[in-house]
Design a protein around this ligand. Sequence first.
Ligand code: S3P
Length: 436
Amino acid sequence: MTMTTRMRPLRGQVTVPGDKSIGHRACMLAAIGTGASEIIGLSGGGDNQSTRHCLSAAGATFESGGANVVRVEGRGLRGLRGPGDPLDCGNSGTTLRLLMGLLAGIPGESFTLTGDASLVRRPMERVAAPLRRLGADVVTAPGGRPPVGLRGVTLTGGRVVGAVASAQVKSAVLLAGLGARSETTYVEPIATRDHTERMFVALGLPLVRVGDAWTLTPVDRVPPHRWSIPGDPSSAAFWCAAALLTPGSELTLPGVCLNPGRTGFLRVLERMGAEIGVEDPKMIDGEPTGTLTVRYGPLRGTTVTPDEVPDCIDELPLLALLATTADGSSEIRGAGELAVKESDRIAAMAALLRADGAHVEVHADGWTLAGGHRPMGGFIARTHGDHRVALCAALLDAAAPAPVVLDAPEAIDVSYPGFVRALADLRTPSARLRDP
Ligand code: S3P
C-alpha cells in the first residue's frame, strides 16, 4: 500500500467470507450424510479447504454446484474410508480435532491425522482423552501432539465432563456420539460457540440440552441438507477494527453470523465506545445473522474478564491491538488458551505491538496494554505463520504512516484470502473508478 492510500478513510460495503467454524461442520455433516448436500458460501480460505480435502481423501465427493455452491455426495454415517496416507489438516486445528470425533467410530477403518509445522505442535489429548471415554482407539504422538492415529471401532457412548472450555472438544464428542451404541452426554465447563448443536438441531438430530449438559441419542443416518453459510464474524472483526483505526471511515458488512458465542468482540468494542449498528436480522440454518455498520470513533480502554474470553477468543489479538490505541490502559486476562493457538498469540501479539512502539506487559493468560499509541509502522512483522497475527500486522500497515512488511503474508489466506486486496481497493476509490 502506498503512503497516499494508506491513510485514506474506508467507506463502503464488504461481504466477508463464509464462517469458517460453520463451514468445517457443514463439510463434515455433508460427508457423513445419506445422499447429496449443498453448501452455499463455503469460504475459499485454507482451513475450510483442508477439511474439504481430508473428507475427499476419505471418499466424500465435493464438486462445484455453480457460483458459490459446493455439492457434496455423502458416504453415510460409517461410509468414510481410511485412505492409507495420512490426512493433511494443514494449519487447521478445527479440522484435525473435529475429524478425530467424526472418524473414530467407523469400525475397521484406520486414519492418521496430521498437519503443518504449527499444527503438529498443538495439543490433541484434550480431544483424545474424552473420545477414549466413549470407547475410541486413539493415539497421539509424544507430548499429546499430532500425528493422531485412529483405529475405528463402534463407540459405546457415555458421559464426558469437559476439562477445557473448547467448542472443538465438545464438537468432536458430539460428532463421535452420532454413531455410538448408546447416548452421549457432554457437560460444558464454560459455554462455548454452539454451531455444532445448532446444526444438529437444524438437521433434526436428537440433541437435547439440560443446563450445561448436551445429550445426543445415536442415529442411523444423518440427512442431507442445503447449508447456507453466513459471513464470518471473526473476519468481520478485522473490518470493524480497520474502520475504528482510520478517521472518517464507515463500513457496512452484510450477512454476518451474529451467534452470541462469536460476538463477544462487539460487546467489548461497544464498551470501549465504538458505534456499531446491527440491522436486517435474519435466522439462517438456526444461526442469527445481520448487517453490521461500523463508524470511526475514539475508543477508551477496558478490561476483558476471563468469563468473556470464550465468546471472543479469536478476536483477542485484534482487541489487544485496538486497546493500544484507546484512551487509557486495558487488561485482557483469563486467555491462557491463546498460547496454544496457531502460534503463541500472547507472545506473538506482544512482539508485534512492541515492534510498532506500543507498551505491552505480558502475562501467562493475557496482556496489560497501555493506551494512547498511534500506529507507527516501519518494521518487518513476524507473523509466525499465524493468520490472525498476520491480519493484525496488515491492519497496522494500513493504519500507520510507514509500511509494515509481513514476513509471511500468505498466512492470511488461511482464513481471509483477498483481505489485503479488498483493503487496498476500499482505499483507492478514484483508481477503481478509472478502471475500464
Ligand atoms: C473453533 C473453536 C475455537 C476457536 C477456533 C475455532 C471451532 O477453538 O479458537 O478458531 O470452530 O470450534 P477452541 O475450541 O480450541 O477454543
